[in-house]
Design a protein around this ligand. Structure first.
Ligand SMILES: O=C1C[C@@](O)(C(=O)O)C[C@@H](O)[C@@H]1O
Length: 147
């Protein structure tokens, strides 16, 4: 059974209590449970991880690149959090490890501050989902598995 990875970046461990007017009230555990259920329904396994550390996300992306090359993984649903707007290292890890990535944002980053409109990840992602809340993760999993 192939794995689909769900990686969440900084501060997404605070989902549910963090700015609920922007990010809603679902917790990260709720989101991860939903991802696990959708993956199972699609015949694969979800592995969900979160880190507040850029280098750890880079390490995980490199590992996943090896899994993809060996046919053990389908790719990554990645919410890079604030690193979306700052991280050349995460962009380079995705490109260098040739990981299929769907970029996801809970909030509509294009309707917020100007600095959230630029993403270093988008040019190396298969696609982007933003502003649909937790259901975006489900759509991203479907896109990777069925796409
Ligand atoms: O941490 C986050 C969360 C976010 O990626 C989202 O899911 O909407 C949007 C980012 O701008 C922000 O820094």
């Amino acid at each position: 059974m192939r794995t689909i990875h769900i990686l969440n970046g900084p501060n997404l461990n605070l989902l549910g209590t963090r700015e609920p007017g922007v990010y809603g009230t679902a917790t990260l555990a709720d989101v991860e449970q939903r991802c696990a259920d959708v993956a199972t329904a699609l015949g694969c396994r979800a592995e969900c991880r979160q880190s507040n550390h850029e280098g750890r996300l880079v390490d995980w992306l490199q590992e996943i690149g090896r899994e993809v090359a060996e046919g053990r993984s389908i790719g990554v649903v990645l919410n890079p959090g604030a690193y979306t707007h700052t991280s050349v290292a995460i962009r380079d890890a995705i490109a260098g490890a040739q990981v299929p990535v769907v970029e996801i944002h809970v909030s509509n980053v294009h309707a917020r501050e100007e600095f959230r409109r630029h993403s270093y990840v988008t040019p190396v992602a298969r696609g982007v989902i933003a502003g649909l809340g937790p259901i975006g993760y489900e759509l991203a999993i479907r896109a990777l598995v069925e796409g």
